[in-house]
Design a protein around this ligand. Structure first.
Ligand code: HEC
Ligand code: HEC
Length: 507
């Protein structure tokens, strides 16, 4: 059961006990004792009220993970009776330390519905609720963890370290689950289940902001070493040395990037829009990452969001405008496999906004139709719809084209259309104007089709006039728009502001 301890016991004793507080095993891991935080009955009682107020709706009154909201979130809330925890400094299969639980509640589990409670609950309240959730499983009393991993000094990143990490990634066959480039699309990815018999997917390393246990070097190191209990993500403590685990950490971090959160996609003027997403013009266009949300308002709903982000960039050349959507999808479904086809769509208000009012974000409404451009992997072309809501759609012909390709866990699709048309119900593009834009994505492997899809809120597309970009900075937007319009716009933009990224767990 305890793989890290096995490595410790099997190690030559000459290497043990380098310091009084910690031991170093043969693979170089530093192991320390576990400090418990004792709780008074009053604290546990206080924790119960915190729990009922803030946690029970997901984790259930009895701690079984079956609260009223449990059916609506993915992954499912933790079952505290079973006592399997993902984020731990302790050995694979063991319970977490009190401090691990405190940190999980404080920082939440990024990429899931488990919120970060810091700022919402006081430090005292977090400790109280930690003491309370421990009462759901007697294991905390009978099998408390005895040892934990001490996260020492990271090996600073360097080309050599990243290269060694890449080798370890290969030797340990991480790609079987996580894919060659780490997008979570390895050959085993399509059939993984966790201990709770739920479908689970290897994490997409390109999106470290979705790591449950944090994305700082110490967090990533801890993940390989102790594994994620209850999931197919194993503990590598018995087979990888501490040094190699740091190289692997540096490699994983080198693969990922920070998200670019903005509310405006800035389209860049080029001489001619290239069809190839790898063309240098596309590299000039700044990319923005948008969080996807499951569509839970209209039937059929989506509760199991798998692809968490969609990214967009734009180009225009005077004649045409092009928007490129890029999103990671672990499986390619282009029809023919009995599953719906992967797809993506862009929507714009079909008519200029009256008084800045935007259409309903789910395909418009009676008074505010949307111009809807939809691409599917099955046809590899776009169709163009005029929608007055999800159930009020008619096909139209405005010359929208789209072409996409799937490569190693990622789609890139380029939509293009003439900047202006002479149809009344078509969106018209004009450099310098902020145009509302929103995105939809369907993942066939997750049985997404029709209303069962991932959506974004409204954002903006701005085809930047040919003024040098440094001059066209935010404060000048006010001058462009005139004061009245600006006040309105800023109020709307603020409302659409994306939330903060999850904080770093280990400094
Ligand atoms: C909106 C739903 C929701 C609420 C509210 C919520 N949780 Fe969670 N919680 C989750 C989900 C979902 C997970 C599992 C995520 C995963 O498995 O990746 C989770 C996991 C956890 C874990 C396990 C961490 C680990 O290492 O496995 C703890 C501890 C936890 N929650 C405590 C709490 C406490 C305490 C509260 C109230 C203060 C709370 N949660 C409120 C959804 C919620
Ligand atoms: C058998 C499949 C499998 C293998 C092999 C595997 N992983 Fe994972 N990994 C997963 C799954 C599944 C998850 C997501 C678990 C969850 O939260 O449900 C995951 C999660 C992760 C995470 C994110 C942790 C977090 O905080 O959310 C990292 C980083 C990671 N793996 C790295 C690796 C590396 C590096 C290797 C090779 C040394 C590896 N994995 C091998 C399946 C695997």
């Amino acid at each position: 059961m305890s793989s890290l301890r096995f490595a410790l016991v099997a190690g030559p004793f000459s290497l043990l006990a380098v310091s009084a507080a910690a031991e170093v095993n043969e693979l170089g891991y530093e192991l320390g004792g576990v400090e418990f935080v004792t709780a008074t009955p009053e604290q546990i009682e206080a924790g119960k009220s915190v729990y009922q107020e803030s946690c029970a709706q997901c984790h259930g009154d009895t701690g079984d993970g079956k609260g009223t909201m449990a059916d609506r979130v993915y992954p499912k809330p933790r079952d505290f009776i079973a006592g399997s925890y993902k984020i731990r400094h302790t050995f694979g299969g063991e319970l977490p330390t009190d401090h691990d639980l405190y940190e999980a509640v404080r920082l939440g589990l990024p990429g899931t519905s488990m919120p970060a409670w810091e700022g919402l609950l006081s430090e005292d309240q977090i400790w109280q609720v930690v003491h309370y959730i421990k009462t759901f499983s007697e294991d905390f009393e009978h099998f408390p963890p005895e040892e934990q991993l001490v996260i020492g000094e990271p090996i600073p990143t360097s080309e050599e370290s990243v290269e060694r990490g890449r080798q370890v990634y290969g030797e340990m066959q991480c790609a079987k689950c996580h894919g060659e480039q780490g997008r979570g699309n390895g050959p085993s990815a399509a059939e993984l289940k966790d201990e709770w018999n739920e479908r689970t997917w290897p994490v997409d390393m390109m999106q470290p902001w979705t790591f449950r246990g944090g994305r700082a070097p110490g967090d990533v190191y801890r993940t390989f070493v102790t594994g994620l209990n209850g999931t197919p993500m194993p503990s590598y403590a018995p087979s990888v040395s501490s040094e190699d685990a740091w190289h692997l950490t540096n490699y994983v971090i080198s693969v990922g990037r920070e998200p670019v959160r903005d509310i405006v996609v800035r389209g860049v003027r080029v001489d001619a829009i290239p069809a190839d997403p790898a063309a240098p013009e596309w590299a000039e266009a700044p990319m923005v990452d948008f969080k996807l949300s499951p569509q839970i308002i209209q039937k059929p709903r989506l509760f199991t969001l798998v692809n968490l982000d969609v990214s967009a960039k734009a180009l225009y050349d005077g004649e045409e405008v092009a928007v490129q959507l890029i999103w990671d999808d672990r499986t390619e479904n282009a029809g023919g496999d009995g599953l719906p086809s992967d797809a993506a769509a862009i929507q714009f208000p079909a008519r200029p906004a009256e008084g800045g009012e935007k259409p309903y974000f789910l395909m418009g409404d009676d008074r505010h139709p949307v111009d809807y451009w939809r691409w599917s992997a099955l046809m590899n072309t776009a169709d163009n719809l005029l929608a007055h809501g999800a159930n009020e759609v008619e096909r139209k012909e405005s010359g929208v084209n789209a072409q996409g390709a799937y490569d190693d866990g990622r789609y890139q699709v380029i939509f293009r259309r003439a900047m202006t048309t002479d149809h009344e119900q078509d969106v018209q593009f004009e450099p310098g104007a902020f145009l509302p834009i929103a995105f939809n994505v369907w993942d066939g492997a997750n049985e997404e089709q029709g209303n069962r899809k991932a959506v974004t809120a409204w954002y903006y597309l701005l085809l930047e006039p040919e003024t040098p970009r440094t001059v066209f900075a935010w404060p000048l937007v006010a001058i462009f728009l005139g004061l009245g319009a600006e006040a309105l716009l800023l109020r709307r933009l603020r409302r659409a502001e994306p939330g903060p990224e999850p904080p770093l767990r280990q400094p």
